[in-house]
Design a protein around this ligand. Structure first.
Ligand code: PHE
Length: 331
């Protein structure tokens, strides 16, 4: 009876109050526990009846308390939910994810392609000496590209590389043919307009073996252009001049945007200029200690920025390095 009265007065939504009630009646020194302990002082005849009664009491109190605990727990949960209410039907707040840079994409694609064809990758170095950037590449002292107007000099004979071709020399000095390699990297020129930036990226290629011909060069570049611009593109090679290749050519690819009919991207010509190439000049082999009688080779070099610009119709080269979020978030 005492328990019933007290239970009626207990706040059943209060976990602590319910627990106190449990301890008071069922705990080690609780009232019901005390009654059980008194069994010992009873006579054998009295015990069964007494035991039965106390047991019934214990079961009743336990059940009532278990129920009360449940009620209290439920109340506590409801309280928690109400205070920190989360509406799971509301749309979430998106996490802003970055994306890869268009130049990075082009570069990775090129490396993947040539790696699959068994080419080694050499990133070279951004600062070169006169020997690697010009002299070993058969570029005479009076060549216009050596002019202060065109080259960023660090010192008299030290400069920011104006092309990745110097990496050819480093590679040939340290490897014996046959070999094939590419050299992607940054290059620097005193230039600044919509299509020329003081810093841009090139990728060099070099293949040296016995019996390598211009036909091999055309074949490799054709397959490469198919990879970059799609199966239908055509290539064309226009005679040109570079001190380190002979013969030299400028390679164009048919415009993928107008199908060669002429549009803004190809300036109405139907062709897009991709880069320079040619058969390695024997003088370059001699400068690197490679037997020019035994070996022949081809080399090519093209601008990564230019490829990215053609692909995405980017009107200004400077956008690629300006780090403007409005530009970058479009890719
Ligand atoms: N280095 C040349 C340039 O920067 C490109 C080129 C590379 C041409 C290799 C021929 C062979 O324009």
């Amino acid at each position: 009876q005492a328990f019933d009265a007290e239970l009626a007065q207990t706040d059943l939504t209060n976990q602590e109050a319910v627990n106190n009630l449990r301890v008071k009646y069922l705990g080690k020194k609780g009232a019901v526990t005390d009654l059980m302990k008194q069994m010992g002082s009873l006579s054998a005849e009295e015990r069964p009846a007494y035991g039965k009664l106390v047991n019934e009491l214990k079961v009743a109190v336990s059940e009532a308390i278990d129920k009360a605990i449940e009620t209290a727990n439920e109340a506590a949960l409801q309280k928690k939910l109400a205070s920190g209410a989360v509406d799971i039907t509301l749309p979430g707040t998106g996490i802003a994810a970055g994306s890869t840079h268009p130049l990075y994409d082009v570069r990775e694609e090129i490396i993947d392609f040539f790696a699959q064809m068994g080419f080694d990758v050499d990133f070279g170095r951004d600062i070169e000496t006169d020997w690697y950037n010009f002299e070993a590449l058969n570029t005479p002292p009076d060549h216009p590209s050596r002019d202060m107007q065109d080259t960023f000099y660090v010192d008299n004979k030290v400069m920011l590389r104006t092309h990745t071709s110097g990496t050819q020399i480093h590679y040939m000095e340290t490897h014996k043919p046959p070999f094939r390699m590419i050299a992607p990297g940054h290059v620097f020129r005193v230039d600044n307009d919509a299509t020329h930036a003081p810093m841009f990226q090139q990728c060099e290629g070099l293949v040296v073996d016995e019996n390598i011909s211009f036909a091999d060069l055309k074949g490799v570049l054709q397959v490469f252009m198919n990879k970059l611009f799609g199966a239908g593109v055509k290539t064309r090679f226009r005679p040109s001049f570079f001190p380190f290749t002979e013969p030299s050519a400028e390679m164009d690819v048919s415009c993928v945007f107008c199908g060669g009919k002429g549009c803004r991207r190809c300036k109405g010509t139907g062709w897009m200029e991709i880069g320079g190439c040619g058969s390695v000049d024997p003088n370059v082999f001699k400068n690197c200690g490679i037997d020019a009688e035994k070996f022949t080779g081809f080399a090519f070099g093209f601008g990564l920025d230019r490829i990215a610009m053609l692909r995405h119709e980017i009107p200004e080269i400077g956008l690629l390095t300006a780090n403007d979020q409005r530009f970058l978030s479009q890719f």
